[in-house]
Design a protein. Structure first.
Ligand SMILES: C[S@@+](CC[C@H](N)C(=O)[O-])C[C@H]1O[C@@H](n2cnc3c(N)ncnc32)[C@H](O)[C@@H]1O
Length: 248
């Protein structure tokens, strides 16, 4: 995401100027990045996983703070109580909150690098009593292995990840490291859904995830709640693309 402010809509590269020209201005020039020797990087570095909650931020009982082991333990205990659904890059949490309503039996864990977005998603959940929704602050490649016991998640969603257009940020794109983290977390037969409005990025993710040898092709569910980004894409008539993988 180009705009690092917490009040920008998830994925908005244009902030307050509105999404109207998004497709025209930004859905171009996607260059595939193979990662070379170094591969994808953890956003904020591993050191972020040791951070405590900044004192200005109000604590939330369902917020996982990687630097505070008690919050990890609390999440693990609660998330074990039902079928577990993961989302990487939850943004403002529209999708996960929609799913929480549709699937009251499930336990939902959203992973989001931006603390302000985690809090927004949790406040939304509080407003409709979705106590089955948790948020983990930090890069999902670090938080998921810390929280989710291997082979226990039923479903995972990676929806409209930032394309990281700039060459210097391309290593933040999702590749084999994220693929492996999600494969480790999913139970055999578990479903992974990927969506993007940048078709070559979706194709690159599918290719690199499949190359791990941990997935087979699957069928996406016909109806899912909208994400915040998807809502904007619908309004602007921008095409979106979906893929599904099944954990071997
Ligand atoms: C383009 S936004 C899409 C948000 C939401 N899925 C939607 O469709 O509205 C991508 C989100 O993923 C978050 N993100 C990017 N890389 C991440 C990572 N490795 N782990 C967790 N969150 C990540 C960003 O902070 C951002 O909020």
């Amino acid at each position: 995401m180009a705009d690092e402010r917490d009040d920008a809509a998830p994925g908005s590269p244009i902030g307050p100027r509105g999404p109207e020209n998004y497709a025209e201005r930004f859905l171009k020039d996607f260059r595939k990045y193979r990662g070379g020797d170094t591969g994808e990087v953890i956003i904020g570095g591993h050191v972020r996983a040791t951070l405590a909650l900044p004192s200005r931020i109000e604590r939330h009982p369902r917020l996982v703070i990687p630097g505070e082991p008690a919050t990890i333990e609390a999440a693990r205990a609660s998330l074990a109580e039902g079928p577990l659904i993961l989302e990487v890059g939850s943004g403002f949490g529209r999708f996960l909150n929609g799913l929480a309503v549709l699937r009251p039996d499930a336990r939902l864990l959203g992973c989001e690098t931006r603390l302000g977005f985690c809090i927004k998603g949790l406040r939304k959940a509080d407003r409709h009593g979705a106590t089955n929704l948790w948020m983990a602050w930090g890069d999902a490649r670090v938080t998921i292995p810390a929280i989710v016991p291997p082979g226990t998640a039923a479903e995972a969603y990676l929806l409209y990840p930032d394309p990281w257009w700039k060459r210097k940020h391309a290593r933040r794109r999702h590749g084999p490291v994220m693929a492996t983290v999600l494969a480790d977390a999913l139970a055999p037969g578990g479903l992974l859904v990927l969506k993007s409005d940048v078709e070559p990025y979706l194709a690159a993710m599918v290719e690199s995830f499949a190359e791990t040898g941990r997935y087979d092709a699957g069928t996406p569910p016909s109806e899912l709640p909208l994400t915040d980004r998807e809502l904007r894409l619908h309004r602007t008539g921008t095409k979106a693309f979906t893929a599904a993988l099944i954990r071997r």
